[in-house]
Design a binder for this molecule. Structure first.
Ligand SMILES: Nc1nc2c(ncn2[C@@H]2O[C@H](COP(=O)(O)OP(=O)(O)OP(=O)(O)O)[C@@H](O)[C@H]2O)c(=O)[nH]1
Ligand SMILES: [Mg+2]
Length: 309
């Protein structure tokens, strides 16, 4: 069976077709059993049974058509487009998935736009297309050269979710973690950003609550990954978790040591105690406002890709 059609069964069942078929058969039996009983109620039973059977039949047909997977697309033709993460496995080759996760306002969407050099008119700021449910996550298909221009390239699907505090939003971040090969976990010391301050070199003190927010998030992420990777084996070990301590340009000089130590402690903790979750664990201090830092991150990702291949 081709890769495309292997998906058909699960997609068909996902659409609630099993209960619908059972309901259809049940009501057909109910309707038919009314035929020999020639009471005035028989046509009513027959009518109800027939209607339910008809609706179930229609439902099954519609689900059967909807479940046909999209054709396998050449990944190279999709560069520069947003794709729902469910479509990524219909590409040839399947792109390597790089996920940006972290609390709201850490700079995930800004990073996606800068990292992939998405033209402004194509920016989506990580928001889902209107009309889609919040569960639909999009990836931007991007090509990264791992040697100088003209060398080998790797097609990446870069995924950015919404980091709002609500449980529903957490679901998005964890869904990214579940799908990614390389996970970039973004942290910062303040939730403030350029949009509010309109200044590049503003010194913002450490938000202790903000650090606590990240610590709690990392704890939940760890539990989630442990559950998925170790126990259910639903997900394979991540290739790399790279931590990014963003908004360096807003650090106060006197806070540098504290923030570096806080960040180093997190990386050491994951390196020492979470080895089972990822093949590689690393981290860099970073600012989205620095083009040098964006390039440095590209190099980090490129080196990870080289080490995987
Ligand atoms: N000064 C400064 N501001 C930054 C940096 N990175 C992001 N910002 C700003 O922080 C604000 C929030 O950034 P977003 O990219 O929208 O954050 P997000 O993580 O996508 O947030 P959600 O979508 O709510 O989860 C924006 O105003 C960015 O311009 C940085 O390195 N330095
Ligand atoms: Mg965003």
């Amino acid at each position: 069976m081709t890769r495309k059609w292997r998906e058909y069964g699960p997609r068909f069942l996902e659409r609630g077709t099993m209960p619908s078929i059972l309901l259809g058969v049940g009501s057909a039996v109910m309707g038919m059993s009314a035929i020999p009983i020639l009471t005035p109620a028989a046509p009513v039973f027959l009518g109800i049974g027939g209607t339910i059977t008809g609706v179930s039949f229609l439902w099954t047909v519609v689900a059967g058509v909807q479940a046909i997977p999209e054709s396998i697309k050449k990944a190279v033709d999709e560069i520069g487009k947003y794709k729902s993460i469910d479509e990524l496995d219909q590409m040839e080759p399947i792109p390597l998935k790089l996920g940006f996760i972290g609390r709201s306002r850490v700079g995930k969407s800004s990073l996606l736009n800068l990292f992939c050099e998405i033209p402004e008119d194509k920016e989506k700021s990580g928001k889902n297309k209107q009309g889609d449910s919040t569960e639909v996550l999009y990836a931007y298909i991007h090509s990264i050269f791992y040697e100088e221009q003209g060398g080998n390239s790797q097609i990446l699907a870069v995924i950015d979710g919404s980091g709002g505090g609500k449980k529903k939003r957490d679901y998005q971040l964890f869904k990214i973690a579940e799908n990614a090969d390389i996970l970039c976990v973004i942290l910062d010391h303040t939730s403030q950003g350029y949009d509010q301050l309109k200044q590049e070199l503003y010194e913002i003190p450490i938000g202790q609550n903000r650090l606590k927010e990240h610590e709690d998030f990392l704890e939940t992420l760890k539990e989630y990954l442990e559950e998925n990777i170790n126990e259910s084996k639903k997900k394979k070990k991540l290739q790399c978790i790279h931590f990014l301590m963003n908004k360096k340009n807003y650090w106060k000089k006197q806070d540098e040591n504290n923030l570096e130590n806080w960040f180093d402690d997190i990386i050491s903790d994951w390196k020492n105690n979470r080895k089972s979750l990822s093949n590689q664990i690393s981290g860099t201090v970073h600012s989205n406002r620095s083009s040098g830092d964006i390039q440095a991150l590209r190099n980090v990702i490129r080196n990870i890709i080289i080490s995987i291949n």
